[in-house]
Write a protein that binds this ligand. Structure first.
Ligand SMILES: [Zn+2]
Length: 256
């Protein structure tokens, strides 16, 4: 690797002929800190769960608290994090029985529901070993297994809707707008049901955040009249968060 650093002599760097440009640091080297910081594995750990269906002890890849930064949110509230996407690791799967759910719902299953999973999911389920780091395609597969489980166990509408919303977002990352809209449409149907039947907060959203989301999903699906009604509710109701009102106004202007 001769002379690649020639020209740096005036900056005080002479005799750099022996620097190897693509030298691999070995794991134990004290110089690996900066390399490790960029390694996705550095943001992950194995979180322990007990499967509520078969009592199996599970280790699920999870993102360490406070390790990722929220960079922005799309207009339908999809968060964009750096340096890794925590949503890729949202689903916990039991490799023994095939029960799968978003981590926040994993324990929230009734005894009758576990029986349905055992009789419907478990006999067909084939376990799969995933790589250490997940990508969007792995995430989609895992979300779909969670969605199937939520249908089989007859979950709350909001759980199914939320899983569909996340699937829509995954397809957005893949720039597959056909599938994105397909899942956003299902999310809209589910959240509309949940809105009339479930107590708030719903999936962590207060009333007007969900109303805004219903508006924005309607807008994205071309249901402009519905969207205007939902946004209108956010805009005219006193006491609603100003930021949310502004977002509703902006999205309403887009329709006009
Ligand atoms: Zn299990």
């Amino acid at each position: 690797m001769d002379k690649i650093f020639s020209g740096l002599e005036e900056l005080g760097f002479k005799d750099l002929n022996n620097v190897e440009l693509f030298k691999q640091e070995n794991e134990n080297s004290s110089d690996t800190k900066s390399k490790n910081e960029a390694d996705p594995l550095n943001f992950l750990y194995d979180k322990s769960f007990t499967c509520p269906v078969c009592n199996n002890e599970i280790k699920a890849k999870s993102v360490k608290n406070g390790k990722t930064r929220l960079m922005s949110k799309d207009s339908d509230l999809m968060p964009r994090h750096e340096p890794i996407n925590p949503m890729f690791y949202d689903v916990v799967i039991c490799p023994k029985c095939g029960y799968a759910a978003l981590a926040k719902y994993f324990d929230k299953i009734k005894h009758e529901q576990t029986l349905v999973i055992k009789s419907t999911i478990t006999p067909k389920f084939k376990s799969k070993t995933y790589p250490e780091i997940y990508d969007v395609d792995i995430a989609i597969e895992r979300y779909k297994l969670a969605l199937l489980n939520s249908v089989v166990k007859n979950s709350k509408m909001s759980e199914r809707a939320y899983t569909c919303l996340k699937l829509g977002w995954m397809y957005r990352l893949k720039e597959d707008s056909e599938n994105e809209l397909k899942f956003l449409e299902q999310a809209l149907i589910g959240f509309r049901e949940a809105f009339t039947k479930e107590p708030f907060p719903i999936c962590g959203m207060d009333t007007y955040t969900l109303i805004y989301l219903l508006g924005e999903l309607s807008r994205r699906l071309g249901l402009f009249e519905d969207a205007m009604k939902w946004f209108g509710k956010v805009i005219v109701t006193p006491g609603v968060n100003q930021k949310l009102k502004e977002m509703a106004r902006d999205q309403k202007d887009l329709i006009k």
